[in-house]
Design a protein around this ligand. Structure first.
Ligand code: SPV
Ligand code: MG
Length: 431
């Protein structure tokens, strides 16, 4: 008689006794086939896997009781179930309720077709995957953190990034998460903006806050978070200074710097043409990119070239010519900036950029055209969407309202509802 087939799906990145229990129970029913989540699936569910698919496969296929490991390229088991037609599908009872229940329902419906059965194994209490995840992330070295952005772009293709300007806002970007359509949704990385870093220090965004001070902010964020960091490098300064900045950022574990193609006294791009700004020559900026790439010590760090042609009304052709030249000079990505409120300019750029044979990841900052959804930008070819200033803008507005309220009422009682309770603020940060 042919041995019965038992299907077990897992991501297998952090193996604990709960997994071993499931495999042992599954092995009692027949030949165990593990559907191992691919890197893409793991990354869409939680963080990037610590181990690659191939590494995880080697571990799982050497566990006693496992006969075969095959890739599961969707979170939903049904495509694999239809291929394998197992007699049993074994899973922990955690999918009998909560956000994954729809997966159990779908699997149950599918296996009915060939008389298969779902077997729910009591979920192993006392293992907190979240805690283990946290531990692993914290153990992550500078090298792991620096490399995470490139890995994320390769695996996920589309990243959502939010601004952080100190430890606390870093924690917000790190920890804010929601469940949406059965998936955990969170930010992929943080943007250390020159506008927000300067504003938080009460200074204008004119490259006045020097690199040492910017590094202090970055360190403060890095001490309490684990997600990849993209630094706004302004113009990058003089070439001789830029090469030092690249080395310093790389050393502390930053994943990427974005530099903009302007020279002279830099002002924020959101001023548009109302601030007089000079764009660098193509040759001048290419030299800066080349010098930065030559200064790099690792393969992982990214230098992303930011094009200001649309902001400075130099036209689409100029923006595209520059993109080509910057890529040829070695830029690892292009950021195209625009303050066209309709977003039309950005979509036009995307369409033409997508035709480049040597296309690199594309970054946008939709501050002026923020009615457009991230997915629309991703569909147009954008890889990284940066929400560049929203924590400082929302935080400042709330703080100013509270200060006005105290002046107005001559006591702080009236702003109680605007504030976290004392208990909440005392326990906000884990000890
Ligand atoms: C920043 O966040 O500092 C930026 C993006 O450079 S923008 O403000 O839109 O120019
Ligand atoms: Mg800036």
């Amino acid at each position: 008689m042919q041995e019965r087939k038992v299907y077990v799906a897992m991501c297998g990145d952090i193996i604990h006794y709960g997994h071993i229990n499931i495999i042992n129970e599954a092995a009692k029913l027949g030949k165990v086939i593990v559907g191992l989540h691919t890197d893409k699936v793991v990354a869409s569910l939680m963080r990037l896997p610590v181990l690659t698919y191939e590494e995880r496969k080697k571990v799982i296929e050497n566990i006693k009781g496992v006969s075969q490991v095959i890739p599961q390229d969707t979170y939903d088991q049904v495509p694999n179930l239809c291929k394998i037609k197992p007699d049993y599908v074994v899973h922990g009872t955690d999918w009998c309720h909560g956000p994954d229940k729809y997966l159990r329902d779908r699997a149950e419906e599918a296996v009915k077709e060939w008389g298969g059965k779902i077997v729910d194994i009591p979920y192993t209490e006392g293992v907190s995957l979240d805690k283990l995840n946290d531990l692993i992330l914290r153990m992550g070295t500078t090298d792991v953190r620096r490399a995470a952005l490139r890995r994320m772009i390769a695996i996920r293709k589309h990243l959502t990034v939010l601004e952080a300007h100190n430890g606390l806002t870093g924690l917000i970007v790190e920890k804010t998460a929601i469940q949406k359509e059965g998936r955990k949704r969170e930010f992929d990385a943080m943007w250390v903006s020159s506008l927000c870093d300067s504003t938080a220090k009460g200074k204008p965004d004119i490259e006045l806050v020097d690199v040492t001070s910017r590094l202090n902010t970055i360190n403060e964020i890095m001490e309490v978070t684990t997600k990849p960091i993209i630094v706004d490098g302004d113009t990058g300064g003089k070439i001789e200074h830029f090469t030092y900045t690249v080395k310093s950022l790389e050393r502390v574990g930053v994943s990427a710097i974005i530099i903009e193609d302007k020279i002279g006294l830099k002002k924020n791009s959101l001023f548009g043409t109302s601030a007089k700004q000079t764009q660098d020559t193509i040759e001048g900026f290419c030299d800066k990119i080349r010098a930065g790439k030559a200064a790099q010590m690792t393969e992982d760090f990214m230098i992303i070239a930011r094009i200001e042609s649309l902001i400075l009304k130099q036209g689409m052709e100029d923006a595209l010519t520059r993109a080509k030249a910057y890529i040829e000079a070695g830029a690892d990505g292009i950021m195209i900036h625009s303050i066209d409120k309709t977003g039309a300019e950005i979509f036009e750029f995307c369409e033409k950029f997508n035709q480049f044979p040597n296309r690199v990841p594309l970054v946008v900052v939709p501050t002026a055209y923020n009615q457009i959804y991230e997915q629309q930008l991703f569909d147009a070819g954008v890889n990284i969407v940066i929400h560049a200033n929203h924590l400082i803008r929302s935080g400042y507005k709330a703080m100013q309202a509270c200060a006005l309220n105290i002046l107005e009422h001559e006591r702080s009682y009236d702003c109680n509802d605007m504030c976290l309770s004392i208990k909440e603020i005392l326990t906000l940060i884990d000890e």
